[in-house]
Write a protein that binds this ligand. Sequence first.
Ligand code: XIL
Length: 370
Amino acid sequence: MRLVFPAFLLAAVVCFASENNSARRLKNVFKDDFHIGAAVNRSQIYGRAPKAGVLLAEQFSSITPENVMKWSSIHPKPDEYNFEPADKYASIGEENSMFVAGHTLIWHNQTPDWVFENADGSEVSRKELLKRMREHIFKVAGRYKGRVHGWDVVNEAIEDDGSLRNTKWREIIGDDYIAKAFEYAHQAAPDAELYYNDYNMYRSEKRKAAAELAEKLQSRGLRIDGIGIQGHWGLNHPSAAEIQKSIDAFSSLGLKVMITELDLTVLPSAWEHRGADISQNYELRKEINPFPDGLPANMQRKLSNRYQQLFALFTRNSGKISRVTFWGVHDGCSWRNNWPVSGRTDYPLLFNRNCEPKRAFNEVVKAGRK
Ligand code: XIL
């Protein structure tokens, strides 16, 4: 009898703790709303970042490969594919029953020059480039058939003013390179969802152009399932109203909307401090890297408020949004530390450099419970 009370108490504590724990996992908090994802980098894929690995499994229901499925990584030379990191990436998703995203089949960045060149260095023909595109998509999307659930087929094809970006793809093949990429991706992986993904989608010209692009694909009878809105945003921009407009514009076409690369820089804009006076360089660098030793409380508060605002917006739109993916697991591995200026210390995510939840994490969880 003496044991009964403590055992009961213990059970209650354990039960409370695990419930409490589960209520602090993003993937549980938002399970009825949308997938919560994170981009994973190479060292996380190879298990060299154990704390980040634990966070990934506990908090996220989806993953995106930060770099390992990009052309230069997965297909570095004409006859050389490097599938090992991508295979491991897909396995992590399977082991954790995650929605596994593929990023990205056709892009102008992180694509080797040889793709566009003949052996003698001259430019390839339209026919040859289409052949190379088809082969790449069949090899990559085909290999992960049934394992990658959705592909960013074309990334960043539109300029801020709404015109098509002049890339080698467009120059050599013509405007229909986008349609061709979607056509091949569907042939290679018929069950995968297919997306168009881009940044600055809050700008009206760009939003309009992305919607028109999707409509054009739809009218040709091509498969497109969704549009990814990259969320490389800041504390004050873009406004919730602008984001709402993009969510509405894309979902009104019957497309899923995804916030694909969410991170909120807390650093001052580098461009405003650009000057030609070399002697000012040190001072300027300090100005654009103001928090090398930690984020002050008032900035933590600003970041939390902004995250709270955004997740309130996302949950209000949960019928339209299928996934919200952070571009990185924790602040220490965020590309924002090196972009647009390298070597700064930024704090754009929900977990700090020690993989601990930040105040912003608590706000996001609260926003999700409402
Ligand atoms: C970035 C990665 O985070 C960096 O590690 C890499 O050096 C450059 O690319 N838009 C995209 C992503 O679609 O693939 C980019 O990722 C960030 C901008």
